[in-house]
Design a protein around this ligand. Structure first.
Ligand SMILES: Nc1ncnc2c1ncn2[C@@H]1O[C@H](COP(=O)(O)OP(=O)(O)O)[C@@H](O)[C@H]1O
Ligand SMILES: O=C(CO)[C@@H](O)[C@H](O)COP(=O)(O)O
Length: 460
């Protein structure tokens, strides 16, 4: 049996799957936690990968890494980390994002140049922040990489030339998915000088060899990994509820949305991946559970006891600031409180509804860019929740498909590894098992209207 390993180095943890390259069946898996916080020493990700991968990576013939997007990993001329990485959910570069947008001539100029409008998540804004706030650290920087690039580089034994892929490069703000090329002028605009960037490898390229002799594929960003792991069809939109909430679809043509709602990323197969991301997803539910003095199962029970609309209570879940809509300094709000509405069940329901309404707005933004939405595939940690599944069927207004429990980013990375190993023209055809499909349920319109009214009243 040929075995391949897929890695998902995400915000909260590192997951490793050992997979049969022919069938896609998972043979073994492991995970290790990542430190909390919005800046993290990349060596902690390497330690987590070494721990989770022990006993698995050695058995694989090929390996690939999917990683959280956008994080700024900066290394010096000796390859040593200059400072902790700033993650995708670190909002300190919001001012840099505004400055960069203006300096290039506004949102439309950025959308045309690289398919996205700067917000604090994107790497180019983090480089600007570093150049302005930590000049001594900035002076030492020789190369900038993304989290998955850093881990791929470590797995390859730290070669002279780090490698990335189209998917992850498209989230930097200095690489264009439309032209497949870096924009050194935008990198200079961000950082103020030249610096090294990884070579962008092809989708099925073997880019190196691991210490145990496995072929190393290019890897990709975690959302691109999930798209590859799910084998998306036209009409499929993925809603991923992990630390971030994302809504995305595979597209044949690039997207340039000057409103900034949809980012025009690339996918991991040579196509495109228009995507909307929020900063607040699964952890809205754990925070609400803590507030209610219960656990995730208790939150689920309470939310399912309440009526749709939570008695008029609306949670705007901007607990970590927000990226879409672009409100980096926002905090969450609970509105529509009445004596009758103020029950634990309604609060639980409002948390689930608020989180999902933000994503439903994202699905609408994708549709406005021409994405065909026939069904929603729900993945990520919070897709395990029965309340989330029930509310999703209301607010998305399409069939909601929950794939069989699994780590789809790691599976996508494994599929990329199998593809690179095979030398074939297309990735292997791995079947997708579905756990549940829910048909659209009524009652979602008034939930979305109440959410939109609260958002407009408080944030414009
Ligand atoms: N049954 C559940 N209900 C709600 N949230 C859940 C459930 N199971 C896991 N989660 C949440 O999912 C999150 C982890 O999801 P995951 O997709 O692995 O995130 P990431 O990839 O960002 O690290 C955690 O915040 C966890 O609390
Ligand atoms: O910033 C984005 C997408 O643009 C996030 O989706 C990150 O890629 C982190 O992902 P998770 O850890 O939530 O999976």
């Amino acid at each position: 049996m040929t075995l391949v390993a897929g890695i998902d180095s995400s915000t909260q943890s590192c997951k490793v799957l050992l997979v049969d390259a022919d069938s896609g069946a998972v043979v073994e898996s492991a995970r290790a936690d990542h430190p909390d916080g919005t800046e993290v020493d990349p060596r902690a990700w390497w330690a987590a990968l070494s721990q989770a991968g022990a006993g698995l990576l050695e058995r694989a013939d090929a390996v690939a890494v999917g990683g959280q997007q956008h994080g700024m990993v900066v290394v010096d001329a000796d390859g040593e980390v200059v400072r902790p990485a700033l993650l995708w959910n670190d909002t300190r570069s919001a001012g840099a994002a505004r400055d960069l947008t203006e300096e290039l001539g506004g949102p439309g100029a950025w959308a045309d140049a690289v398919g996205l409008v700067p917000v604090a998540s994107f790497t180019v804004t983090k480089l600007r922040w570093l150049a302005r706030h930590e000049p001594a650290n900035a002076d030492r920087v020789d190369q900038v990489m993304l989290p998955h690039d850093y881990l791929t580089w470590q797995l390859a034994g730290r070669p002279d030339e780090p490698v990335t892929d189209r998917g992850d490069a498209s989230g930097t703000g200095y690489w264009s998915a439309a032209t497949n090329a870096y924009r050194p002028d935008l990198l200079r605009l961000g950082f103020g000088r030249e610096l090294g960037v990884p070579r962008v490898a092809g989708p099925a390229e073997v880019v190196g060899t691991t210490a145990s002799g496995a072929a190393l594929a290019a890897g990709t960003g975690d959302n691109m990994g999930a798209a590859l792991g799910l084998t998306l069809e036209p009409g499929d939109v993925v809603v991923s509820l992990g630390t971030s909430g994302t809504a995305f679809a595979v597209s044949e043509s690039p997207v340039a949305d000057a409103s900034g709602l949809v980012a025009g990323f690339a996918d991991a197969t040579g196509r495109h991946l228009p995507l909307v991301a929020t900063l607040n997803a699964a952890r809205v539910l754990s925070a609400a559970a803590t507030m209610l003095g219960t656990d995730l199962a208790g939150l689920d029970r309470l939310a399912l006891e309440a009526e749709p609309g939570a008695g008029g209570m609306v949670l705007l879940p901007y607990l970590d600031g927000e990226r879409t809509p672009d409100l980096p300094d926002a905090t969450g709000s609970l509105v529509g409180l009445t004596r009758a509405a103020m029950t634990p069940a309604n609060l639980a329901r409002a948390a689930v509804e608020g989180m999902l309404c933000g994503l439903a707005d994202g699905v609408d933004a994708l549709a406005a860019q021409g994405v065909v939405v026939e069904r929603v595939l729900l993945i990520g940690g919070a897709a395990r929740s029965a309340a989330v599944r029930a509310v999703a069927a209301q607010v998305f207004g399409t069939p909601v498909v929950v794939p069989a429990a699994g780590e789809y980013v790691a599976r996508g990375a494994a599929r990329q590894a199998a593809w690179a190993l095979s030398g074939a023209a297309a990735p292997p055809a791995w079947p997708l098992d579905v756990e549940a499909t829910t048909q659209p349920r009524g009652g979602g319109e008034h939930v979305r209207e109440a959410y939109a009214a609260a958002r407009i009243r408080l944030h414009g």
